[in-house]
Design a protein around this ligand. Structure first.
Ligand SMILES: Cc1cc2nc3c(=O)[nH]c(=O)nc-3n(C[C@H](O)[C@H](O)[C@H](O)COP(=O)(O)O)c2cc1C
Length: 249
């Protein structure tokens, strides 16, 4: 089964090398519009987008994320979880305050900002653009709060570097559906599952064959490496969330 939308979704790969062509104003507006039309929890539109065009701010983002190449992107968006705007629209009474500062509303703003991000990724890809989502902005949340003057009840969630691809990276194969799509009951993974072994081999082949950064790697080993990162690296996230007024109940 296929159609242009499915083709776009299934051709996804993150792009980290861009030509020097900047996005036009019309392209930026179109991407933001695509984001705005994404589903939004309780129709509360609890996310905002900051276009980062100031080279000094882009340089700070490059430092925080460890991704200097973001400065060559055609455009950079910061996706912000945002209950601040809705706080301005509601009376300052105990029920409103309890709701706005709740973990429930934190999650809702994270859902909204995340879904908007993916809408922009796909909209961009449908226009021939490539992008990379950046969770690595979380490496220094207090610095970004300061840099972008983010008020209480906002949180810098994701960055999005987007532009005209300078190359077409190989696609990273995903897990077989049998390991991640279940019916009615959660299926606990058996680490010696044949499908997992076959997938590990598929990932090994992918890393051997791809154009850049070739290496020996399996998915299982990749997950082990990810989980052995220093937990202190992003230890400040919960504190920053609380400082921004989120998740107080
Ligand atoms: C929430 C999220 C955060 C991500 N953060 C980063 C990041 O900080 N830096 C980066 O290079 N890629 C980042 N990525 C991209 C992933 O590394 C990428 O999607 C994954 O390796 C699969 O590759 P693909 O997108 O090419 O299929 C992020 C993706 C997501 C969904």
């Amino acid at each position: 089964m296929t159609n242009p939308t499915l083709e776009t979704l299934m051709a996804h790969r993150s792009v980290r090398h861009f030509t020097t062509t900047k996005l036009t104003e019309a392209e930026v507006t179109t991407l933001v519009s695509a984001a705005q039309h994404a589903p939004t929890s309780t129709f509360s539109q609890q996310a905002s987008i900051i276009s980062v065009t100031d080279p000094t701010k882009l340089a700070v983002l490059a430092e925080v994320t460890g991704h200097p190449w973001l400065q060559q992107a055609g455009h950079y968006f910061m996706m912000v979880a945002d209950q601040f705007r809705n706080e301005q629209l509601t009376p300052n009474d105990p029920t409103t305050t309890t709701n706005l500062h709740s973990t429930d509303k934190l999650l809702a703003s994270i859902f909204d900002a995340t879904i908007m991000t993916e809408a922009m990724v796909t909209a961009g890809e449908s226009l021939g653009l490539g992008s990379t989502i950046m969770g690595s902005i979380l490496n220094d949340v207090p610095r970004l709060i300061d840099l972008f003057d983010l008020p209480q009840l906002t949180f810098p969630l994701l960055g999005l570097a987007i532009g005209h691809p300078a190359n077409q990276p190989d696609q990273k194969p995903r897990l077989p559906q049998g390991l991640m799509h279940f019916e009615n009951t959660y299926q606990r993974l058996n680490p010696v599952d044949d499908h997992l072994t076959a997938y590990d081999q598929l990932i090994t082949d992918y890393y051997h064959k791809r154009d850049s950064h070739q290496r020996d790697e399996t998915f299982s080993h990749h997950i082990m490496t990810e989980m052995s990162r220093d937990p202190q690296q992003r230890a400040g996230i919960l504190t920053a969330l609380h400082q921004q007024g989120f998740s107080t109940n």
